[in-house]
Design a protein around this ligand. Structure first.
Ligand SMILES: Nc1ncnc2c1ncn2[C@@H]1O[C@H](COP(=O)(O)OP(=O)(O)O)[C@@H](O)[C@H]1O
Ligand SMILES: [Mg+2]
Length: 304
């Protein structure tokens, strides 16, 4: 649904985005994760045909960036960092206005659909200027969706919202993500948000540092580890386990063994069986979890 090749944008001598190679599938929620100034907004503005790349190519929903920009603008929806609504107009009037701008047919029905989906129907006639930030963000989301875009770009959709409003917006994105044909490109510097909402995540800092599912990102850097707690851990038992050919890493911590394994699902049972043969009393077998935050900080540091 989105393909980029060497996509680059410079601002004078500052390289905001460098050599971006990316593929986002239809129906996917793709997280674009990076610190402030990493080039996320610049990427979205390029892909939505709002600014031109300095070099490189991109195809969005089958249309070539640069050659078919008008088509691209018709099939994408963008939620920018500021809501971009008319404060004096009501929620209904705002959506009606943007629906007209996009040439949406059956406007009334579309406006009603999104106002209802976002629980704003009862407040449709209030000026959005009086709404809380969270409610304004919901109207802005409805605005980005009113023409049923095939690709939805969400640029930091929960930034600056209080936790309750952020939750409302996240829950709504989760709902949208269930629609199979809608592709969502979500920029965020919020790790738990990316982990919760995204099928895959690309880490960016000017260049693309890494792409993978949240699980892959967590697994790849650290290997996958199993923690086994025994009633007691004699050194001979530890040495025996270390001799198993598929054990890639082994650490002992008190009565716990921490193992790095490539395929824990099939290897854990073998290890437990060996431990029992050696007379070990297994109390707990656990998966060692890494937070995406650890991975992120590491990779961003590496990217420098
Ligand atoms: N219009 C612009 N003119 C000059 N520099 C810009 C402009 N837009 C963005 N930049 C710079 O490009 C870099 C990337 O910015 P941006 O894409 O907004 O990052 P992010 O959205 O990840 O925080 C930053 O260093 C920013 O200052
Ligand atoms: Mg930004």
């Amino acid at each position: 649904m989105i393909i980029t090749e060497g996509l680059t944008r410079k601002f004078k001598d500052l390289v905001a985005v460098e050599g971006l190679d990316l593929e986002v599938e239809e129906g996917e929620v793709f997280g674009f994760l990076g610190p402030n100034g990493a080039g996320k907004t610049t990427t979205v503005r390029m892909l939505a045909a709002l600014i031109a790349p300095t070099s490189g190519r991109a195809v969005v929903a089958g249309y070539q960036l640069g050659k078919e920009n008008q088509k691209i603008r018709e099939v994408v929806g963008v939620l920018t960092e500021s809501p971009g609504l008319y404060g004096r107009l009501s929620a209904y009037q705002n959506l009606e206005f943007f629906a007209r701008l996009y040439g949406v047919r059956a406007r009334a029905g579309q406006v009603e659909k999104y106002l209802r989906m976002l629980d704003l129907w009862d407040r449709r006639d209030e000026p959005v200027g009086r709404f809380s930030k969270g409610l304004q963000q919901k109207v802005a989301l409805a605005r980005a969706l009113i023409h049923e875009p095939r690709v939805l770009f969400l640029d930091e959709p929960t930034a600056g919202l209080d936790p309750e409003a952020a939750k409302l917006v996240r829950d709504f994105i989760e709902e949208l993500a269930k629609e199979e044909r809608r592709t969502i490109f979500l920029c965020t510097h919020n790790l738990s948000e990316a982990e919760r909402l995204c099928d895959r995540i690309g880490l960016i800092k000017q260049r693309l540092i890494k792409v993978g599912t949240p699980e892959e990102l967590k697994g790849e850097l650290y290997g996958r580890r199993t923690v086994i707690q025994l009633k007691s851990l004699p050194p001979a038992v530890e040495a025996e386990i270390g001799r198993l050919p598929f054990v890639e890493g082994l650490q002992a911590d008190g009565n716990k063994l921490i193992l790095t394994l490539a395929q824990p699902e099939s290897q854990n049972p073998l290890i437990v069986r060996r431990l029992v043969e050696l007379g070990g009393e297994v109390q707990w077998v656990q998966k060692m979890e890494h937070t995406l935050e650890e991975v992120y900080l590491d990779l961003v540091k590496e990217g420098e």
